[in-house]
Design a protein around this ligand. Structure first.
Ligand code: RB5
Length: 152
């Protein structure tokens, strides 16, 4: 399993914690920044990580900003991305079971480090259920393809 991770300035502390957890979990991780507390624009980092996932260069992604909202909006603009904002354990589990989420987004100003680490553990250990949920994901894929082909 190979993972791309990125954050804005509001997510750097949590990103460090998650990076060390992923190392403990034997998950290879590519860090796309940011690395300093200097204010940056989350779309720049969200796009980089989402592209890695979208093109299959990595298996999954993790994005962190202050609330997780901005990164979710950005990531879900990129084809093939199913980004889920998970600031609690139930959502983390369901986003894998029902949505086959391929990018985990966490709000660095909302979730403490211990809960965030548990969210990461649950998210990586839960498998997609498939079945009727796969049909729904196919419908989402068709919407994406329609907009790419025909525009609005
Ligand atoms: C940055 O101040 C903040 O707006 C950003 O981290 C994020 O919360 C946006 O959704």
């Amino acid at each position: 399993m190979k993972v791309a991770i990125g954050s804005d300035h509001a997510g750097i502390e949590l990103k460090k914690e998650i990076l060390s957890l992923l190392t403990e979990m034997d998950i290879e991780c590519l860090d796309f920044g940011t690395d300093s507390p200097q204010s940056v624009d989350y779309p720049d980092f969200g796009e980089k990580v989402s592209k890695e996932v979208s093109t299959g260069k990595v298996d999954r992604g993790i994005l962190i900003c202050g609330t997780g909202i901005g990164m979710s909006i950005v990531a879900n603009k990129v084809p093939n991305i199913r980004a889920s904002l998970c600031n609690d354990l139930f959502t983390a589990k369901m986003s894998r079971l029902h949505n086959d989420a391929n990018i985990l987004v966490i709000g660095g100003r909302i979730v403490g480090k211990d809960l965030a680490k548990e969210i990461v553990r649950v998210w990586f250990s839960t498998q997609f259920e498939g079945g009727r949920h796969a049909n729904r994901l196919n419908k989402i894929k068709l919407i994406e393809e329609r907009f790419i082909k025909h525009g609005l």
